[in-house]
Design a protein around this ligand. Structure first.
Ligand SMILES: Nc1nc2c(ncn2[C@@H]2O[C@H](COP(=O)(O)OP(=O)(O)O)[C@@H](O)[C@H]2O)c(=O)[nH]1
Ligand SMILES: [Mg+2]
Length: 406
């Protein structure tokens, strides 16, 4: 799963990305190795199960700080986009290429109203970011539509050829949109929701195609709004208004710059702070300079005390756990000790989808394990569950396969 950070220039996308990807604790075993300037690991924050199970853990693929599990997830900082990007304005299709692989999008807006539509700095409070929410979505829809427009007559002919074995529209569209992280099922659902004829694409109007693309985006690249720059007072009224206006969306008030400051201060040991906390502590006040104290006070007064956190961690959590309906599952090899073969207790925390099964988990751990799956054991109860068992959040499961005994 990959989440793209999108928005017009100067809203704080890179600040958000840099803050989310900075972590003070080492994660031994990063599941992702290719990391460049705009692709990195963010983290999901959840309550670890080790306390509930009464054990001390040794995380391998994630980290555990005082009972909080931090699980790596991939984030990509997408190039800024401006109105008309889908037809090549600004960096144009560069941003679109960046978000091909994304399963969900975090749309960063400047809630303080201090950047115009093109991303130029203007007087704080003078630009209404509601329009940005609309135009960014529209550019993505237009981009998807532009990938289909040109070939629509050809696709229609293939689907309506009347041959004994005609091409099915969803299959044709998956092929056309390959590399876009769009599934056939999502296409079927979008066609159905829009009440369009699946076997008569030639009957679709231009508006029908637009509407279909819009619904397809809602399903296969859902968007969360990160209302950034909430440290500025003009953002308060905007956040309330946007939350009402976009009530179907998740709107998270954020202060990316404050989060970056807190993570940096935590990295150098000036403060104790776990990403997503509503407070921080200063272990040794004598080590803090007057300027540092002033900056930290500002973060406390203008962000933490008002919003109960900087929102950056919440936005990443919500993208994976709410938008993408993720759940956390702990696979183990010794269900009596909740450990792997080497004795690491609760070594891995994996993000799965609601509705995934025990066999899906086996495949996620290793293809061989999926192929030779026999059953799984719920480590809490010691009871066996079958391949179709629906995973629950915080499950601790041992997978038993025919390949490896014991
Ligand atoms: N007040 C305030 N400024 C921010 C915040 N986040 C970013 N900025 C500022 O906004 C400007 C653009 O940030 P940047 O991350 O480069 O934006 P990008 O172009 O969207 O990647 C910079 O001057 C940042 O310091 C925030 O939470 N609050
Ligand atoms: Mg940037």
């Amino acid at each position: 799963m990959l989440t793209g950070i999108i928005g017009k220039p100067n809203v704080g996308k890179s600040t958000f990305f840099n803050a989310s990807t900075l972590l003070n604790v080492a994660v031994a075993n990063y599941p992702f190795t290719t990391i460049n300037a705009n692709l990195g690991n963010g983290y999901i924050r959840v309550k670890c199960v080790h306390e509930e199970l009464g054990v001390k853990d040794n995380p391998v693929n994630s980290a555990c700080v005082d009972g909080t599990r931090l699980i790596p997830v991939r984030l990509v900082d997408v190039a800024g986009l401006v109105p008309g990007a889908s037809s090549g304005r600004g960096l144009g299709n560069k941003f679109l290429d960046d978000l091909r692989q994304a399963d969900a999008l975090i749309h960063v807006i400047d809630a303080s109203g201090g950047t115009d539509e093109e991303g130029r700095a203007v007087k704080v409070g003078s630009h209404d970011p509601a329009g940005d929410v609309e135009f960014v979505r529209k550019e993505i829809v237009l981009w998807i539509k532009s990938l289909l427009d040109k070939d629509w007559p050809k696709i229609s002919r293939a689907v309506e050829s009347g041959s004994a074995n005609p091409v099915k529209l969803p299959a044709a569209l998956v092929e056309k949109l390959s590399g876009l992280s769009v599934e056939e099922e999502s296409i079927e659902v979008a066609i159905h929701r829009r009440g369009l004829k699946i076997d008569r694409p030639s009957s679709w109007s231009d508006l029908d195609l637009y509407g279909f693309c819009e619904t397809l985006i809602d399903i296969s690249k859902p968007i969360l709004i990160a209302a950034n720059k909430c440290d500025l007072p003009t953002a308060r009224e905007t956040v309330d208004r946007l939350s009402q206006q976009f009530s179907d969306w998740i709107v998270v008030p954020c202060a990316a710059e404050a989060e970056l400051l807190l993570r940096r201060a935590s990295q150098t040991g000036l403060i104790s702070y776990v990403p997503g906390d509503a407070t921080f502590t200063i272990p040794d006040p004598s080590k803090i300079s007057a300027a540092q104290k002033k900056a930290l006070d500002l973060v406390k007064n203008q962000v933490l005390d008002i919003w109960k956190g900087t929102g950056v961690q919440k936005a990443v959590n919500d993208a994976y756990l709410r938008l993408l309906k993720g759940i956390v599952v702990y696979p183990v090899e010794d269900e009596t000790k909740f450990s792997d073969k080497k004795g690491n207790v609760l070594p891995d925390a994996r993000i799965m989808h609601q509705g995934d099964t025990a066999r899906d988990l086996a495949f996620k751990v290793h293809t061989d394990l999926g192929n030779t799956f026999l059953y799984a054991v719920d480590a809490r109860t010691g009871l066996r569950v079958g391949a179709d068992y629906k995973l629950k959040n915080n499950d601790v499961l041992k997978i038993v396969s025919s390949a490896r005994k014991g």
